[in-house]
Design a binder for this molecule. Sequence first.
Ligand SMILES: [Zn+2]
Length: 320
Amino acid sequence: MIIDCHTHVLDAGFWPREWFDHVAADWAGRAPGRRPEMVRHRVEPGLLDPDGDRMVAAMDRAGVDAAVLLPWDWGPDFHARASVERVNEHALAVAARHPGRIIPFAGVDPRRPGAAELVERFLRDGPAYGVKLYPACGWDPAGPAAQAVYDVCQSFDVPVLFHTGHPLPLLDDPGDPLQLLPVVRRNPALRVWLGHAGAPDGFDACLAVAAASERVSLELSVWLWSDSTAADVERLASRVVAARDSVGIGRLLFGSDHVSGPRTRGESFLPTVVDLFTSLPDAARRIGHRITGDEMNAMLGRNAARQLHWTVPTSSVGRQ
Ligand SMILES: [Zn+2]
């Protein structure tokens, strides 16, 4: 069983105009005579997968049984056409369209008025299985607004996935995982998933946060990408071994950060990342360590299923 703990499925208007301005300016800068307004309209369609059908097709190709879908609220500093309610309801609708394949989370910026009540509604009525939060959008994870969201998550016993590590270019917060230390110390019952496990240079900081609470897990997306080399896999293998030996294999989760739009990651992205991840035991052997098949099964799906109280239906599609 493979559960991908970090994916995104987008519909139109979900990401803010500031993002599309940024990408259009970047594209325009790459060709002489090209101006942002000439390419801006082409940016968003490349991100979109309105029904999640492309995501599920990619999961089928990659042998992924179920994927955690993370709606992302950029918060009040950015301007998206879709409301936060719409973005979250879309995740639930994609999950309903693909029974047993999509595990929807909720995503609500804690600065939104009534954020905690909104999160509670999605967890109760969705149901959403967890909450994705992105502090680099401009809020303090140790502040009172965020705490109100954590309280709801604790009462539902669902994880909060924090983005950690380098943020998207528009966001200038470095995403230091250590800013979560006071959060996990104050909330020992809160399940925390450290999204991207601090990539590319915050892994040790994430381990320090995980050492402070046995309810903290490291979600390993971004460390492997479609162009990763054998040396990259060996580096991740050594990090996995270090994490296993300090906090236990039960706290490591496979994730890809796949985005299913037609011009985003590419057709081969998810199968390639899954193949690279499943080659971790070979990479570990090359550097004089051992990662067992049982440990792989734990990281690839069993840990997530346990924490999410998720059972994969027997009819779901796996790799042939
Ligand atoms: Zn992501």
